[in-house]
Design a protein around this ligand. Structure first.
Ligand code: SF4
Length: 428
């Protein structure tokens, strides 16, 4: 049976009180973003200026990384660098010169700051400027921070894209910019749908190759595909581009609302949009309904992690019939998530930031059927008999737009099936 989303709630969560917490938090740092960014930008290199811990994180955070080693690396800061800052700065630049001489395929180089480089105040923006002057225009050198002192894991992508915006050439062309590093399969589907709807001038940030002409200007409208791109949103607005507010394209309802909002911005009428999306919408509903049967009526609790929590709660409650107990998110950018908050029925605790012990207590009291959290919390909660879903999988897996809607629901139903199977095995 296919399931239609209910009508928008009369009382959404737009003005719901927000529980703000500022305590200890458990989340990966922004270096993690390199794992999916290096796949997307095929001629970019990410040079982390950090410690052996940072290098270890990059090597072990995902097993697939080992195959990608040629496009990221770590310039290790030794303890002796703390004493000789000027030397560290010079040595970094020499290291980049050596790398670029050896690797002529690199067209964009990101110097990625970490906790150690923040602590010793290594000036990566000055290094990037000097290196750009030396190696440009062939190689563009940019910098951003992925430090755990400043960033949670999805903020690494935001910081990276925001760093690219000031360097984009100016354009007056009327165009759509789709913003967010999606897996190619999801990005291609979105571009195909947008093209068939009638939008023919589309750029993507980040582009797959440095020589793609991605300009920005006052006739650029941009649509975000990820809710964690607050810094990029501000940087694009500073360049005169206009944001198209919309629910995020997760699930059938989110994708439909996102496409319609983009089309409206370009003066394309809804009948034309609907003629294009009718068939994929129906497929998405059917695929979601299959996984949703085991989710309907179950409770879900979100710990703050990916910043995708609010759109995901909207999807799980409205398309899969779940009940959200708490929706925790590291930051609430109202300019980005207001359309999703509007659709999320009043009821769950909406929390921003984290005080992990207090939140664990609330979770243990609620005993939700499913808890969405980071890796660090998942194991302890599982050992207490709770069923968990790792939030980080949501940024590695194609989950956006119609054809992935069923897979998105499946990511949440699988842990529940696994738990049921374990219970059955234990009973036998
Ligand atoms: S940036 Fe900081 S939190 Fe991230 S791996 Fe390096 S030391 Fe650890």
């Amino acid at each position: 049976m296919t399931r239609h989303s209910p009508p928008p709630p009369t009382m959404g969560c737009s003005d719901a009180p927000v529980l703000k917490e500022r305590g200890q938090h458990e989340v990966f740092c922004g270096l993690t973003g390199i794992i999916w960014l290096h796949r997307k930008m095929q001629d970019a290199f990410f040079l982390v200026v950090g410690s052996r811990t940072c290098a270890h994180l990059l090597q072990s955070a995902a097993g697939v990384m080992i195959f990608a080693e040629p496009r990221f690396g770590t310039a290790i800061l030794e303890e002796s660098d703390l004493a000789g800052l000027a030397d560290a700065q010079d040595e970094l630049e020499r290291e980049v010169d050596r790398l670029l001489a050896r690797r002529t395929d690199i067209r964009q180089l990101f110097l990625v700051g970490s906790c150690p480089s923040e602590v010793i105040k290594l000036d990566l923006s000055r290094a990037a400027e000097r290196l750009s002057a030396r190696h440009g225009p062939k190689v563009r050198v940019l910098n951003y921070s992925g430090s755990g002192i400043e960033t949670t894991f999805t903020e690494g992508e935001d910081a990276c894209l925001a760093a690219m915006v000031p360097a984009l050439p100016a354009t007056d062309q009327r165009q759509l910019m789709m913003v967010g590093a999606l897996p190619d399969v999801a990005e291609d589907q979105a571009l195909d749908l947008l093209g068939r709807i009638g939008i023919d001038n589309i750029t993507v940030l980040p582009a797959r190759h440095a020589d793609a002409r991605v300009g920005v200007g006052p006739n650029t409208s941009f649509a975000l595909t990820q809710p964690f791109l607050g810094g990029t949103h501000s940087a694009l607005e500073r360049r005169g581009a206009r944001h198209i507010p919309a629910p995020f394209p997760l699930g059938e309802e989110g994708t439909t609302a996102w496409l319609r909002a983009v089309a409206r911005d370009f003066g394309i009428d809804q009948a034309r949009v609907d003629a294009v999306i009718d068939a994929p919408r129906a497929r998405a509903r059917k695929a979601v309904a299959k996984a949703a049967d085991s989710l309907a009526g179950k409770t879900v609790f979100f710990f703050p992690d990916s910043q995708m929590e609010i759109p995901l709660a909207r999807f799980l409650t409205r398309e899969c019939g779940m009940e959200a107990v708490e929706v925790g998110t590291p930051y609430i950018h109202k300019a980005l998530v207001a359309p999703d908050l509007e659709l999320l029925a009043e009821g769950p605790v909406i929390s921003e930031g984290q005080d992990v012990e207090k939140q664990l207590d609330r979770c243990r009291t609620a005993r939700p059927d499913l808890t969405v959290c980071g890796l660090g919390l998942a194991n302890p909660l599982e050992s207490e008999g709770m069923t968990t879903k790792w939030a980080i999988e949501l940024v590695f897996t194609p989950v956006h737009f119609y054809e992935q809607a069923g897979d998105l629901a499946g990511l949440f139903s699988r842990p529940l099936h696994r738990r049921d199977r374990l219970k059955l095995e234990a009973a036998e």
